[in-house]
Ligand binder design. Sequence first.
Ligand code: GUN
Length: 282
Amino acid sequence: MAAIIMDGRSVAARLKETAAQEALALAQNGMMPHLAVVLVGENAASQVYVRNKENACKKAGIRSTVLRLPENCTQAELEDAVRALNEDASVHGILVQLPLPDHLDEAAVLRLIDPDKDVDGFHAMNSGRLMNGQRGFVPCTPLGVMRMLEAYGIPVRGKHAVVIGRSNIVGKPMAMLLLAADATVTICHSKTENLAQIARQADILVAAVGRPRFVTADMVKPGATVIDVGINRVDGAIVGDVDFDGVSEIAGYLTPVPGGVGQMTIAMLLANTLDAARNRGQ
Ligand code: GUN
């Protein structure tokens, strides 16, 4: 039986509409929510991501400022820029687009962002809060996956969720969110033995490996929900980490790429920025 394709565009459109209404309500109370994005260098994918974020903010009535720094900027220049945004009371959310050029120390920069403006949820304070079950900013992509599961009424409690990938941006926070929602969680990665056998046990399978069409039909339990977080460029086309054609014959639910999780990520960024603005207003 063919899988139900989870339509990230329409779910995200509803969430963006809610964000727009909330932004309007804040503006009517004299607060203009404001996201500052720091973009270093010329990475082509990053340019596209940042443009999409700017456009989404504009549509939602959220102010966005993009601070562009040259490819050869120094660590000190980048850190000064982040410090200035921390101190700028008009800025509610700060996002440093990753990856940074190789000569820059990413961890040191992320550590510097004010955790209360860290709308990406990458600061150790926010990952610690997530780990401890405390309120804080949660990374947008895994948060978007949880919203997508909710939107389609996919039960999580007591289910076996397998996350393939252990990045700080997706895999680890994804596992924490699923655990917080009472799933039984297994994290797999490039060194996992018998990966296909483990993946086949999943009721919810999240692919965040960064390898095109890595998850094939033989790795999926019939009827499982398969969430594809991958964005890979192959011969000019964007493909996910899941072999869509094969897996769609086996899975119960499946997110497409594009048009799946990617749309949710931006909607969550808007939601986090609004939260940051509201938190400041308190
Ligand atoms: N690069 C790829 N995804 C992301 C993201 O969600 N946030 C940031 N800051 N950089 C990214």
